[in-house]
Design a binder for this molecule. Structure first.
Ligand code: DAH
Length: 371
């Protein structure tokens, strides 16, 4: 190919008169028109461009070398004018061919608007988030607001203000991950990963006077070795209701209703005495097994009941800590209840998931089943 582009194929000029030049350029011009006749594809257009305008081997360059450079000074202007006309012709051919191949490409890719679109895949809610949203919605329908709090917490909010005094054995029940190099700070300011969502009870009350009705879902952290039922990260939802004349029967009615909404109206609840430093009295709540209706099965370990959450009446000592910032929380005038439950366990029960690790694996094959 490069042979045909070389300077040798350019004929010698017979002379420098205008007629002789016109004739020589007309011959080249018809050559251009001939080679531009079949420019259908982008590849052939590019080959044409190279053939004529290629910087090193292009024919125009060869013509310039053969005719213009060696021409006597008087003829240079005449040749130059014709040379420019020729160049414009070539460029015009290229432009036409470019438009033509672009429009023929359009014809090929013509859009059939009757075809269905390629819709965006919306993804699916993670079973944990689904359960969390369901729980929040149940309490929202009872007039509760929703709050959040920090996962890196101070010792004061996570423990002290919830009536876990320094050194109290109740702290040992929550294997705590602490932030390093905090020893120089006073104990109540030292940072740790919150072990429960209960500190947000205090943060909420410090921010707003009673009445309060709020649920707080969120991630919590404990120094637990991972196995089928334990994960160092898991989720809780906290509830807090404070107003005048709030009683234990309000607590029972609220939680009984919430469990019926979550698991179906035939589910029953029962309350057992328990201990939490921040509630008095405290209770553990069991629900009748929603899988066997209380008859006993593998899921309820054949007892007919499943323990699901902790709760109680807010301890007056907790209001005492809040009163440092919000004096309206006077335990002589107001009362309240609180509750907390693990969202992961509820999600696992609802969806029949046997290993908590699956909730954190990010494995699409697992998650797709809940889409
Ligand atoms: N924070 C407790 C825990 O993680 C759960 C809990 C129990 C929360 C009783 C409460 C409550 O609000 O009243 O073990």
């Amino acid at each position: 190919m490069s042979e045909t582009l070389s300077g040798e194929s350019i004929p010698q000029l017979s002379g420098y008169s205008e007629a002789e030049l016109d004739q020589a350029f007309a011959a080249i011009s018809s050559e251009v028109a001939a080679s531009a006749a079949a420019l259908a594809t982008p590849e052939s257009v590019e080959a044409f461009r190279l053939q004529w305008l290629g910087r090193k081997q292009g024919r125009l360059k060869a013509i310039s070398d053969a005719w213009l450079k060696s021409a006597p000074v008087e003829a240079k202007k005449l040749i130059g004018q014709r040379f420019n006309v020729l160049k414009a012709e070539i460029e015009q051919q290229l432009e036409n061919a470019g438009n033509a191949s672009a429009s023929s490409a359009l014809e090929i890719d013509v859009i059939d608007i009757s075809l269905p679109g390629t819709g965006a895949k919306p993804g699916a809610e993670h079973p944990l988030v689904k359960t969390l949203n369901e729980l929040v919605a149940i309490f929202a329908r009872m007039g509760y607001s929703v709050g959040v709090g920090p996962e890196v917490e101070t010792d004061f909010y996570n423990f002290e203000s919830l009536n876990f005094p320094p050194g109290h054995p109740a702290r040992d029940t929550q294997d705590t991950l602490v932030v390093a190099a905090q020893e120089q700070k006073p104990l109540r300011e030292r940072l740790l990963m919150r072990t429960h969502t209960s500190p947000v009870q205090i943060r909420t009350m410090e921010q707003q006077p009673p009445p309060v009705r709020i649920v707080i879902p969120g991630k919590v952290h404990r120094n637990d070795a991972a196995d089928a039922t334990h994960s160092p990260i898991f989720h809780q939802i906290e509830g807090l209701c404070v107003d005048t004349n709030i009683t234990f029967s309000d607590l029972k009615g609220t939680l009984d209703h919430a469990m019926k909404e979550l698991f179906g109206s035939s589910v029953k609840t029962r309350f057992f005495p328990s201990f939490f430093p921040f509630t008095e009295p405290s209770a553990d709540v069991q629900i009748s097994c929603p899988f066997c209706g209380g008859k006993g099965c593998r899921k309820c370990k054949h007892s007919g009941w499943i323990e699901l959450l902790g709760c109680g009446m807010v301890d007056p000592a907790v209001f005492g800590f809040v009163q440092e910032k919000q004096p309206a929380y006077d335990p002589k005038k107001i009362s309240g209840f609180a509750f907390g439950m693990g969202i992961d366990r509820i999600a696992m029960m609802k969806y029949g998931i046997s290993d908590i690790g699956l909730l954190y694996s990010g494995d699409v094959r697992f998650l797709e089943q809940f889409a």
